[in-house]
Design a protein around this ligand. Structure first.
Ligand SMILES: [Zn+2]
Length: 437
């Protein structure tokens, strides 16, 4: 769950955490075309010197793309385009089931055995998370394990995958209670609860987006200082040109889970760090890595993460406002079936989750348009700082498409609605025509 740290993924996860008050699998299912923040390319040696082209077994068969891989890319893309919609309806269907069968009310009754109010809320949230997890489990196994394995991305056994999935569930059960408790406190106290919650949630959002990845990601992967000294020097050199002082460069064993490529810059003050996936170190040339890292530094320098925080708060406020204006009518209409009469009853949580799921889906185009613009800015910045442009930069995108099986040229409506990054074909055209300054 936390291995995709692209900007929007973090936003979506944080928004989901805050809004849905726990990470629900369907709201942030892994989906390669969204996950990619980076961009780079080339066949370099295995974790060692990065600018020497020594194709290892894996590289040889992957880049440049064979006819067989082209067919795979097409079918993986088609699958992802369809899955986005299937996933939405699975998520909503499960929540509707929990609501309309009165299960949510029954879970609340069980939770009430805990007596203390805080514990009742927590227990209810955990019960709901577990029920939701179990109902979603077959779909989650299919999408996140079976499909990923079929396309050759999976580097984990089923049990390793399950272990980490359960770790994610456990973390949600621990962390989710804070925003959830806060939400029901403000619902019972304020008429304009949507506004109070949105403002009060600012520290949570900052925590989830900016700080938590630094502490949570190490639970899933090992982070070690970048081993390749030459590469490290080059990256630190880029960082000082970008004005990012005092950062550390880490490599993460992302290959433990998946063969997909990525990189990011995250953190705040003492937690600032530049992170490279080992999968990328093994597959990209020095120039390609420099371009990608400069792109990531661009996000950092241009404060994109703070725009992201602002965006989450604004869209969350909007979603909750719409919810507050309409949800009581729905509750009144179905109160006998739901088994609760007031929004302030914690049994209403699945209904709030349904609202948020639908509204965030509708907000996708707006959020992703802003994100694509920031990605474009980061591409420009990346070329200016690294001096890598034209064909070398284009190859980075090409490799990204090939390694991650991302559709370089998706249908326009799919890009508009779901892509947090411009289509790779557009990014390639741009870097080929741009002259760095
Ligand atoms: Zn980016």
């Amino acid at each position: 769950m936390l291995k995709d740290i692209a900007l929007i993924r973090m936003l979506a996860t944080a928004a989901t955490l805050i809004l849905i008050l726990a990470t629900s699998p369907y709201a942030q299912s892994s989906d390669s075309s969204r996950a990619i923040d980076t961009t780079v390319v080339d066949t370099s040696a295995a974790a060692g010197s990065t600018d020497v082209e020594i194709p290892d077994e894996a590289d040889e068969s992957i880049y440049p793309m064979s006819e067989e891989r082209k067919a795979k890319l097409a079918s993986y893309s088609r699958f992802n385009h369809i899955w986005r919609f299937v996933n939405l309806f699975i998520g909503l269907g499960i929540l509707a089931l929990i609501l309309f069968t009165g299960l949510s009310a029954r879970l609340r009754n069980w939770a009430k055995k805990a007596k203390k109010k805080f514990l009742v809320v927590w227990l209810f949230m955990i019960l709901l998370l577990v029920v939701d997890y179990l109902l979603n489990f077959p779909f989650s196994v299919y999408r996140n394990f079976v499909v990923e394995s079929n396309y050759g991305f999976m580097n984990q056994t089923f049990w390793e995958w399950l272990g980490q999935d359960l770790l994610g569930l456990g973390l949600s059960a621990i962390i989710g209670i804070i925003p959830m408790w806060f939400l029901y406190q403000v619902i019972s106290k304020y008429r304009k609860w949507w506004l109070v919650f949105a403002i009060g949630a600012i520290p949570f959002v900052i925590f989830f987006i900016v700080i938590a990845p630094v502490f949570i990601s190490p639970l899933f992967n090992d982070f070690v200082p970048l081993q390749d000294q030459q590469l490290k020097t080059e990256i630190l050199d880029l960082a000082s040109r970008a004005g990012i002082e005092g950062s550390e460069v880490f490599q993460v064993d992302a290959s433990r889970q998946s063969t997909k490529l990525n990189a990011y810059v995250t953190g705040l003050f003492g937690t600032k760090r530049i992170v490279l996936y080992d999968t990328m170190i093994n597959s990209f040339t020095l120039d390609e890595i420099k371009f990608v890292m400069a792109h990531e530094m661009g996000h950092y320098v241009m404060h994109h993460v703070w725009y992201g925080v602002a965006m989450v708060i604004i869209f969350m406020a909007l979603a909750l406002w719409i919810t507050s204006r309409t949800i009581t009518v729905v509750i009144r209409r179905f109160q006998r079936r739901f088994g609760f009469e007031r929004l302030g009853d914690i049994a209403s949580l699945p209904l709030i989750m349904m609202y948020v799921t639908v509204l965030m889906f509708l907000f996708n185009p707006a959020i992703n348009s802003i994100s694509r613009y920031m990605e474009h800015q980061a591409d420009t910045y990346g070329m200016n700082i690294s001096g890598v442009s034209g064909e070398s930069a284009a190859v980075a995108f090409d490799k990204l498409a090939v390694y991650n099986l991302s559709d370089p040229d998706p249908p326009a409506i799919i890009e508009f609605w779901f892509y947090s990054h411009p289509a790779l074909k557009k990014r390639m055209e741009f870097v080929r025509s741009y002259v760095p300054n």
